[in-house]
Ligand binder design. Structure first.
Ligand SMILES: [Fe+2]
Length: 233
């Protein structure tokens, strides 16, 4: 990615350790937000105003279980359209992107890559050499597969066939990180991801995923129904 040709900001929401990403074309001043969070909507609106960005699309990587999206409120305040992956079937979305479908903002293009597994509707987004992997591929990890139609087998295939086939230099920006990492690369995850790295078989991955014994996310009963309505209560 030509740094001079794109405006990029990585933003963080502390209570759910969620990353929100802002991308914009500095010439046309059109931009998008990926995975914006309800708690940080004022910060994000202020930043858009300060940088003079006209928000065109609000993209969610999936129907989140751990935080509520600010997409409907952002739409009301900016007129931007709400975008999710086709398999989410979220009714309040303006656009449901199928695998490999693209959207344009200014001179930039973002492509949807259907990567089910953490949830059935998970979609990663690729803009030039930046991959926004949601909870499908995390840094040295991956999203859990024990609810919302999650499947370790589906996730394994999504990562190995749809993401690990991208160039090694592709920069990975995940949906969350809990220990201070901001970004990785496809090459780095192929070599060092302890669950999905190329030295692991599907059987080994499945065994790991079946023995995580994770508690339910605290907000799941509130967040999933709210996110199916684009963040409305
Ligand atoms: Fe998630």
């Amino acid at each position: 990615m030509h740094q001079s040709k794109i405006l990029f900001r990585q933003l963080f929401e502390k209570s759910s350790s969620t990353y929100t990403y802002l991308l914009a074309d500095p010439e046309s001043q059109e931009g998008i937000l990926i995975d914006p969070v309800k708690e940080t909507i004022e910060r994000d609106l202020k930043l858009l105003k300060e940088l003079n960005i006209a928000l065109k699309y609000i993209l969610d990587t999936h129907v989140h279980a751990d935080h509520i999206t600010s997409s409907s409120e952002l739409k009301e305040k900016t007129g931007a359209q709400i975008v999710l992956g086709k398999a989410t079937n979220v009714e309040c979305a303006d656009i449901l992107l199928a695998d490999q479908e693209e959207l344009k903002f200014g001179g930039l293009t973002i492509k949807a890559i259907a990567t089910p597994g953490h949830t059935n509707g998970c979609t990663s987004y690729l803009c030039e050499s930046y991959l926004f992997s949601g909870d499908t591929l995390l840094i040295r990890g991956n999203g859990r597969t024990d609810f919302q139609e999650g499947s370790s087998e589906t996730l394994f295939h999504s990562v190995r066939e749809k993401l690990f086939t991208l160039p090694d230099s592709t920069i990975v920006f995940p949906g969350h990180n809990y220990d201070g990492h901001l970004m990785s690369t496809i090459g780095e995850e192929k070599a060092h991801n302890p669950r999905l790295g190329l030295n692991k078989s599907f059987e080994e991955f499945k065994e790991i995923m079946e023995n995580l014994n994770l508690a339910e996310p605290k907000k799941i009963d509130i967040a999933v129904p709210a996110n199916l309505k684009c963040g409305r209560n």
